[in-house]
Design a protein around this ligand. Structure first.
Ligand SMILES: Cc1cc2nc3c(=O)[nH]c(=O)nc-3n(C[C@H](O)[C@H](O)[C@H](O)COP(=O)(O)OP(=O)(O)OC[C@H]3O[C@@H](n4cnc5c(N)ncnc54)[C@H](O)[C@@H]3O)c2cc1C
Length: 387
């Protein structure tokens, strides 16, 4: 086994780190979180110019054809800089690039991938519905009915990350009304967000202010059938296959967040004094930090292992679920302890730790709740379905 990163990967890390140190500073994030519901356009454009979106796109479509480990090295740096920015760019990579690379027709790849590589298109995944996200098959009631060469979509989605700034809504809808087995009745359709009949509203939330989440209302939304992604009525299985890379990405967002928590807590524990000495001299603070360091190391290794499994063509759905579960809980625990280390200062809006803590609440149930992840992992070891 070789845990070392290649020269190319180290170059990726250095490039993205330098970009973040200049463009996604703590000062900027504090301002964006107060004033914006998505990262500024100029930072998006600079990220595209740096090659952030091109990295995961095959060379024949204008990308760099980087493997998953290399892409994750860059994404770790973005995640460390800002959870909201990572979610913002991650949505397009996870719900645009990866499904199109995996499921798209030759025409779709030619049309969309070069534009994504240049940062000209944004995507959002519209899967969750108001009746429930965990039991999506039981909850889904958005229909895409066939009408000549078009689908006509009616329904509602909720909590959709970045829908308000997306060019395309990667929408999962029922395309076979007759089939009572929902898993065989869904399809994925790339819906241009400016299609008449679409209404999008952002939902105020506690976490990741500068990456808005939205409700989407579809009223007789007409989309050409050429926008079908993957196979008609196989959308459930198609979407599941593209969600595995997303789980690795979201796990990395949690790792990045925890790394930031650790850095800030470490610095504060050296600087803040009580009883005439730095609080970092007290054993309990040292143990808090040691626990964080161990958690980060474990989660980070698991995430990179998933990326390595993906790159080497091995299955990784169980590990990806473990990574999401472990990393999100670890980040939440680290941020909660971090709040304690910062004492009174932690609850003031001046301190970044409160933002890390708020942001860490989100990853334990999105994209999949940790309870459901545990159900799934247990089933993978042969236990019966518990629900
Ligand atoms: C900020 C944010 C961004 C999001 N972004 C997107 C997005 O871009 N696209 C998208 O499609 N969705 C998105 N989601 C939705 C997200 O995937 C769902 O919130 C998630 O799947 C959980 O669904 P729910 O919120 O409806 O909770 P529910 O399904 O109502 O679950 C509520 C609770 O019950 C528990 N529960 C339910 N069933 C079981 C069971 N069988 N066993 C044990 N416990 C169970 C859950 O674990 C949870 O704790 C986002 C959500 C948020 C909040």
């Amino acid at each position: 086994m070789d845990f070392a990163f290649t020269e190319e990967q180290e170059l990726m890390r250095a490039t993205v780190r330098e970009f973040c140190e200049k463009e996604i500073t703590s000062e900027k994030i504090r301002e964006w979180e107060e004033t914006l519901d998505f990262m500024p356009q100029d930072v998006w454009d600079k990220a595209a110019a740096m090659g952030l979106f091109a990295a995961s796109i095959p060379e024949e479509y204008g990308g760099e054809g980087a493997d998953m480990v290399t892409a994750m090295v860059g994404f770790e740096e973005i995640s460390k800089a800002s959870t909201a920015v990572a979610l913002g760019v991650g949505a397009t990579i996870g719900f645009g690039t990866r499904p199109i690379v995996e499921l798209g027709t030759g025409e779709q790849k030619k049309e969309f991938l070069p534009q994504i590589a240049e940062g000209k298109l944004r995507f959002a995944l519209a899967l969750t519905e108001p009746a429930g996200g965990t039991d999506i098959l039981g909850a889904i009631s958005t229909y895409a009915d066939s009408d000549g060469d078009d689908f006509v979509i009616n329904g509602q989605k909720t909590y959709i990350t970045g829908a308000h700034v997306a060019d395309y809504l990667t929408t999962v809808a029922i395309t076979d009304r007759e089939n009572t087995k929902r898993a065989h009745a869904l399809s994925i359709i790339m819906v241009p967000a400016d299609t008449p009949g679409i209404e999008i509203r952002t939902i105020p939330k506690v976490s990741t202010h500068c990456c808005g989440s939205c409700e989407i209302f579809y009223g007789d939304v007409r989309v050409p059938k050429t926008n079908l992604l993957g196979t008609l009525n196989n959308g459930w299985y198609d979407v599941l296959s593209t969600l595995n890379p997303e789980r690795i990405g979201v796990a990395m967002i949690s790792v990045g967040l925890a790394e930031r928590v650790f850095e800030d807590c470490l610095a504060y524990s050296k600087q803040r004094e009580a009883f005439g000495k730095p609080i970092g001299q007290f054993m309990i603070i040292q143990h808090y930090l040691a626990d964080m360091a161990v958690g980060i190391e474990n989660a980070r290794n698991l995430v990179y292992k998933c990326a390595w499994l993906a790159d080497s063509g091995r299955p990784y759905h169980v590990e990806a679920t473990m990574a999401g579960l472990y990393a999100s809980q670890m980040a939440l625990d680290a941020a909660t302890v971090g709040m304690e280390i910062f004492g009174g200062y932690g609850v003031t809006m001046e301190a970044d730790i409160q933002r890390y803590w708020r942001d860490s609440q989100q990853m334990v149930f999105s994209p999949i709740s940790n309870e459901m992840s545990k159900n799934f992992i247990a089933q993978c070891y042969g236990l019966p379905k518990s629900f």
